[in-house]
Write a protein of this length. Structure first.
Length: 158
């Protein structure tokens, strides 16, 4: 069934639609992504990945909260507290550089995980879907960069 050009989404696709990275995908494209996603559950306080780990996957929060933390040697600083629909570890889709921060479950949470290798395969098998995801990722990264630059200017660092 279609309403105003929108695809009718089955119940299993609804959680993916809530993830900003996939918000522009059609139901057909979401089905392709659904086949590639992995789901992980973490208890509050569990480490999702550590600073310095090799980036292999991007994470999206389906339920719960995740803290992004950085240790400066003397203390741990919380950089962000993320909630449902938000993504983190996104640079792993672009390169395999070491993680710049630690991600830890701030509460019991359910995460949707997409591995870099699967995304690279998607580029070959479903280039239109992959390009829509890449564009959403670029917009997300641009927003984070603008936010960081604005914060730095307000602090007098730029």
């Amino acid at each position: 069934m279609r309403f105003f050009g929108r695809d009718d989404l089955s119940a299993d696709l609804q959680p993916l639609r809530k993830i900003r990275l996939f918000s522009t995908l059609t139901a057909r494209e979401l089905k392709v992504v659904l086949a590639l996603r992995h789901e992980r559950h973490y208890l509050a306080g569990e480490i999702v990945f550590d600073e310095g780990d090799e980036g292999q996957a991007i994470y999206a929060i389906a339920d719960g909260e995740v803290e992004i933390l950085r240790n400066d040697g003397e203390r741990t600083q919380r950089l962000a507290l993320l909630g449902p629909g938000e993504i983190f570890g996104e640079l792993a889709l672009l390169d395999q550089a070491p993680r710049a921060a630690q991600a830890r479950a701030g509460s019991d949470c359910r995460l949707v995980v997409f591995f870099r290798a699967d995304f690279m395969g998607l580029l070959e098998t479903h280039p239109k879907t992959a390009s829509k995801i890449a564009l959403s990722l670029a917009r997300h990264l641009g927003a984070r960069l603008r936010q960081a630059n604005t914060g730095a200017r307000q602090d007098g660092h730029l």
